[in-house]
Design a binder for this molecule. Structure first.
Ligand SMILES: [Zn+2]
Length: 583
C-alpha cells in the first residue's frame, strides 16, 4: 500500500440531552460546585456508533463500573457559568482553543458551556466537539504487516494514547476500506495527531486498530505531510460548535419545567434559598441537623401558625400540631394557616392539612387534645397525660404556645425530665417573650425555665375573665415577631449546640413594640422552681401520673414538693420578726 494514501476524518455525532442531565448538573452546582465555575469532567456519556449519537444524561456524571459498557462511553467536560452574562461574554473560540490544546483533555470527546438557571429549571448550553485544522498539514498512511506486539488497550475508552507517537484505536472509532485503501479516523484522533505533530514534533505515528474481539489489530504508520514550511500552533483553527435545528451556530435553550413532575420540582427547589446561604454567606450552615428535627407545637393558634411557617422555610418538615380548639371567625385574619372556609373546623387538623398545601412533602401531623393544666382539676385525665408524655418523648423540640401560664407547666416538666429542647413563646399587648429552657447540655450554664422567676406555682388564671382577658389582645405584629425570634433562636441553638464557645449565652429575649427594643437575659435555674427544680423532677420521675394528678388538682402540692411553701413560711417569719423589732 502506498504511503501517499491520505487519512480522512469525519465527525457527525448528534447529542441528546435529557432532563436527568439537567437535574444532576443542578444538584452538583447547588451542593458541591457552588460559586466555582471550574471545568467539570463528565466521565461517562453513552455513545452509539450505529446511529451516531451521544446521550447526555445523569449517567454522564458517573464513573462507569461495568467494564463491558466501556467501549460505548466517551469522556466530556462542562463549564457551567454563574451568570448568563458570563456565558454570553465568553470568548468562545479562545476558550475552545484553550480546552482543546490542554493535554489533560486529549482524550475528551466533547466540551459544553452552559448556564443553568436553578430557579426556573432552564438551561442555556452549547456543545462542542473541538475540531482542529491546519491549512497545509495533512496526514498520510501506510499499513504494516501485522506482527506480534504486546498491546495494552485501555478498555475504558474508544481510543488510547500510549505515548506521543503511539495510538491505539477501537475499530468503532475508524473506518478502514482495504479495497480502496481508505482510512477514515475520528476528528478526535486528528486533533491528537495535530497537537503531537506541532507541539511534540512527532514525525511518525504508529496507530493500532483493535478488532472487535480485541484479539487482532491492524497497524498503520501515519506521517504528517507539510505543504508549506514553518507551521506553528498559531496556524491552527478550531471549530466544532453544534448547530441548532435551523443549522445556525447559536446556543440551545431548554426549559425543563414542563417535562418535570411538579412535586419533584417543588422538592428540588424548596430548599434552594437555604442551600444558597451556604455558597457565600454561611458555608458552615448545617441544614441536615435542622432537617432531622421533630417538632411538637403545643398550640395551633397565631403563634403555632407563624412558627410552623418559619420552620418550613428553614427546611424543618416534621411538625405536629396539638390543639383542641376550633377556628373562629376572628382567627383567619391573624392566623396564617386558616381561611374563611375553615371557620368551625378543628385548628390542629386544619393547620396540618393547610401546611401540606404549602409544601406537599412536609410531614405535618395533628393531635386534637387539650394539654392538662396545673391547678385545673377538670383537666385530670391519665390517658391525655400519657398521650402528651409520648408526644414529647417522640419529639426533639417542643414549642409552648398556649394561651395560659398554667398550660405550660406540665410540658415544661416533662420536657425537662426527657431532656428535650423546650422553647416557650408568649405575647402580651405590645411585648413578647421567647425563652429556651435549660437542658442537660446547659448544665454548667445553670439555665432555668419559664417558671424559674416565679415564687408561686401557677394557679388557675382562667376563672372570671372578661372577653378582653380571654382573648389574646395583642398588636398584630407581635406574634409574627415573637414567632420569628423563637424559630431563629432554635436554629442558632442547633447550629452552635456542640460548640460551647459560640452561640447565644442568654436564653431569654424580651421584645417591646413601644420603643422597638429587645432585651436579652440569662434566666438561671431556681432551686425551688415549681417546674424544673430537682425535687420536682425527681418526684415526677418516681410517681409520674400520681404526682401529676395531685398537681393538676392543687398547685399548692407542687409548692410543698418544690420547697416554695417553705420559702413562703420563711419570708412570712422574717416579716413578723422585722415587725417585732419595729423595723
Ligand atoms: Zn424552672
Amino acid at each position: 500500500m502506498e504511503i501517499n494514501n491520505e487519512v480522512t476524518f469525519k465527525q457527525d455525532f448528534k447529542f441528546f440531552l435529557d432532563s436527568s442531565f439537567y437535574l444532576r448538573l443542578k444538584d452538583f452546582k447547588l451542593h458541591e460546585q457552588k460559586l466555582s465555575n471550574d471545568i467539570l469532567i463528565l466521565p461517562s456519556s453513552r455513545i452509539n456508533y450505529l446511529n451516531k449519537s451521544i446521550s447526555l444524561s445523569d449517567e454522564s456524571f458517573d464513573t462507569i463500573s461495568n467494564t463491558s459498557d466501556m467501549p460505548n462511553i466517551v469522556l466530556g467536560s462542562i463549564k457551567n457559568f454563574n451568570t448568563i452574562e458570563q456565558f454570553k461574554n465568553l470568548k468562545k473560540i479562545e476558550h475552545l482553543k484553550e480546552v482543546a490544546v490542554d493535554k489533560k483533555y486529549d482524550k475528551f470527546f466533547f466540551h459544553i458551556i452552559s448556564f443553568a438557571d436553578l430557579k426556573k429549571f432552564s438551561l442555556v448550553y452549547w456543545i462542542c466537539v473541538p475540531i482542529l485544522k491546519v491549512d497545509g498539514l495533512s496526514f498520510r498512511f501506510e499499513q504494516e504487516n501485522n506482527s506480534v506486539v504486546d498491546i495494552k488497550f485501555d478498555d475504558s475508552l474508544p481510543f488510547d494514547i500510549v505515548d506521543d507517537s503511539t495510538l491505539i484505536c477501537n475499530f468503532l472509532f475508524c473506518k478502514i476500506d482495504t479495497n480502496s485503501g481508505k482510512l477514515e479516523l475520528s476528528t478526535l484522533l486528528r486533533n491528537i495527531l495535530i497537537k503531537k505533530t506541532l507541539m511534540s514534533e512527532v514525525k511518525k505515528f504508529t496507530l493500532y486498530i483493535i478488532s472487535k474481539q480485541k484479539k487482532e489489530f491492524q497497524t498503520f504508520i501515519i506521517t504528517p505531510h507539510f505543504e508549506k514550511e514553518k507551521i506553528t500552533f498559531d496556524d491552527v483553527t478550531i471549530k466544532g460548535w453544534e448547530k441548532n435545528i435551523d443549522s445556525k451556530l447559536i446556543p440551545k435553550f431548554i426549559n425543563f419545567s414542563s417535562l418535570l413532575d411538579p412535586i419533584k420540582m417543588n422538592e428540588q427547589n424548596v430548599s434552594l434559598n437555604l442551600e444558597l446561604m451556604k455558597w457565600r454567606i454561611n458555608p458552615d450552615l448545617d441544614l441536615e441537623i435542622l432537617k432531622k428535627q421533630k417538632i411538637l407545637l403545643l398550640g395551633a393558634g397565631t403563634l403555632g401558625c407563624y412558627i410552623s411557617r418559619c420552620l418550613l422555610a428553614w427546611g424543618i418538615y416534621d411538625i405536629t400540631f396539638v390543639d383542641d380548639g376550633v377556628v373562629s371567625h376572628s382567627n383567619p385574619v391573624r392566623q396564617p394557616l386558616f381561611n374563611f372556609e375553615d371557620v368551625g373546623k378543628y385548628k390542629a387538623e386544619t393547620a396540618s392539612l393547610n401546611l401540606k398545601k404549602i409544601y406537599p412533602l412536609c410531614q405535618s401531623k395533628f393531635v386534637k387534645m387539650k394539654v392538662p393544666m396545673i391547678g385545673h382539676s377538670d383537666t385530670i385525665d391519665e390517658e391525655v397525660f400519657l398521650k402528651l408524655e409520648k408526644l414529647i418523648q417522640e419529639s426533639d423540640v417542643i414549642f409552648l404556645l398556649m394561651d395560659s401560664r398554667e398550660a405550660r407547666w406540665l410540658p415544661t416538666l416533662i420536657g425537662k425530665s426527657e431532656n428535650k429542647i423546650v422553647i416557650n413563646t408568649a405575647i402580651g399587648y405590645d411585648n413578647f417573650l421567647v425563652m429556651r429552657h435549660g437542658d442537660l447540655s446547659d448544665e454548667n450554664k445553670n439555665l432555668g425555665c419559664y417558671f424559674c422567676s416565679d415564687i408561686l406555682a401557677p394557679v388557675d388564671s382562667l376563672k372570671d375573665r372578661t372577653l378582653d382577658q380571654m382573648c389574646t389582645v395583642t398588636r398584630p405584629g407581635c406574634a409574627m415577631m415573637a414567632s420569628s425570634v423563637a424559630v431563629e433562636m432554635l436554629v442558632n441553638y442547633l447550629q452552635t449546640k456542640n460548640n460551647s464557645d459560640d452561640g447565644l449565652v442568654e436564653n431569654q429575649i424580651r421584645g417591646f413594640l413601644n420603643d422597638f427594643s429587645n432585651i436579652k437575659n440569662i434566666v438561671n435555674s431556681y432551686k425551688y422552681c415549681s417546674a424544673c427544680s430537682n425535687s420536682i423532677i425527681e418526684e415526677y420521675k418516681i410517681n409520674k401520673w400520681e404526682f401529676v394528678k395531685l398537681a393538676l388538682k392543687d398547685s399548692k402540692y407542687v409548692e410543698d414538693i418544690s420547697g416554695l411553701a417553705a420559702v413562703h413560711l420563711e419570708t412570712e417569719q422574717l416579716l413578723l420578726d422585722m415587725e417585732a423589732l419595729g423595723i
